[in-house]
Design a binder for this molecule. Structure first.
Ligand code: ATP
Length: 377
């Protein structure tokens, strides 16, 4: 499919298979970060080497709390450039409780990346397959497969680090802009289209807000409705955030694509991770118009770092999302298929109950769990 016409001296043309090549910026970060990133890159390389449609080149991008302790810089300009120029960014986890800026705040270059690259769509898939441990009472035959999209650059995080606090009062500002909301909703409806095309949902987008109480959310909803009108082939509806929290527990199988404000999404995505049996299986992506970061929802887990017991599956699922995203974006269906295969490979490992790490009730180490995914592929 990817061919180059090479005109030879004798006038004949020679069709040469050409792989699309992708640059991946790799932030392996702090704590368990390098332990889960190593096997993830190995799996990606394994898939790419077997493919004649794409190849991957990994460039390490040093950043994070340990890097700050060593050099005084948490996100060097060179790493920022590597991220900006890459086709996609893989990030494990950054931050350590013992290393802080002089004002006492935690080191979180991932938030700086989100803002600097305008990664407005925080994509948090919630999937529960048969056999997967979950606190839910799943009716027989039901599975859960929905995506929560959390706006990630404004909302109630707008004044993060700049809130006003006096002796008697504290204020933060919620900001919702037309520009970002339009991009966010366009992204949500496009995602619902893709999911429907791949048989993963009915093509429904639900705007999660609190429009009955706050004018800002009525504004948010109005912009949603304008975008919804452009997609008559999809279903668009609304839900209040409090009811959504309830329904995520009582009937999560009814959702397809949910889209919401930053703080609401922050809270609901942890609820989603809880439904999936914990953070060890919760992948995520932060996507903008030109860049995207793929990283697990969990942190750097310093309490288990260096022991070889970290669960790599959320990182591997994030890498699968990266392949799917790159494949769709660059019209490389083989790559999208590899992303789906990788996701299924992880699902098979979890469903088999073999080779699970301690957080999922097993005894396997990081390397064994990653090897099980390769075997499942
Ligand atoms: P952050 O604030 O950076 O999100 P956190 O302090 O809230 O981080 P984590 O670093 O995610 O939390 O760790 C929370 C708990 O989950 C810890 O006990 C940690 O060991 C466990 N944990 C997190 N990720 C993993 C993983 N990949 N494998 C096994 N256990 C994990």
């Amino acid at each position: 499919m990817y061919t180059l016409i090479d005109t030879l001296k004798n006038g004949k043309t020679n069709w040469v298979d050409m792989k699309q090549s992708f640059e991946i910026a790799v932030f392996d970060g702090d704590g368990i970060g390098p332990e889960i990133m190593g096997p993830t890159c190995d799996i990606l390389q394994h898939l790419a080497s077997a493919s004649n449609a794409y190849e991957l080149r990994f460039t390490p991008a040093p950043a994070g709390a340990a890097h700050y302790a060593e050099t005084g810089e948490s996100l060097p300009a060179t790493s920022m450039e590597i991220a900006r120029n890459a086709d996609a960014i893989l990030l494990s986890a950054m931050g350590l409780p013992t290393v802080r800026y002089p004002d006492g705040t935690e080191i979180s270059p991932q938030i700086e990346l989100r803002k600097a690259l305008t990664l407005f769509a925080g994509v948090r898939p919630v999937t529960i397959q048969p056999g997967q441990p979950t606190p839910l009472n799943m009716p027989p035959g039901k599975s859960v497969d929905f995506v929560l999209i959390r706006e990630s650059t404004e909302g109630l995080f707008y004044t993060q680090g700049r809130g006003e606090v006096t002796k008697d009062e504290a204020r933060e500002t919620l900001r919702i802009t037309r520009d970002i909301s339009e991009k966010l909703f366009q992204f949500a409806f496009n995602l619902a289209h893709d999911r429907k095309a791949h048989g993963r949902g009915p093509g429904r987008v639900t705007c999660v807000d609190k429009a009955n109480v706050f004018r800002a959310f009525a504004f948010f909803r109005e912009i949603f409705d304008v975008e919804a009108a452009k997609h008559p082939d999809l279903i668009a509806d609304h839900a209040y955030v409090d009811a959504t929290a309830l329904w995520m527990v009582t009937k999560p199988w009814d959702f397809d694509v949910l889209v919401t404000e930053n703080m609401f999404g922050d809270i609901l995505s942890d609820l989603g991770a809880g439904l999936m049996g914990g953070l060890g299986l919760a992948p995520s992506a932060d996507i903008g118009l030109d860049n995207a970061v793929f990283q697990p929802c969990h942190g750097s887990a310093p309490d288990i770092a260096g022991q070889g017991v970290a669960n790599p599956l959320a990182m591997i699922l994030s890498a699968a999302m990266m392949l799917e995203w790159l494949g769709l974006r660059h019209d490389n269906p083989a790559m999208t298929r590899d992303g789906m295969r990788l996701r299924k490979g992880v699902g098979d490992v979890v469903a088999s109950g073999q080779m699970l790490t301690r957080d999922l009730g097993g005894t396997a180490g990081t390397a064994q769990a990653a090897q099980a995914v390769i075997d499942a592929l």
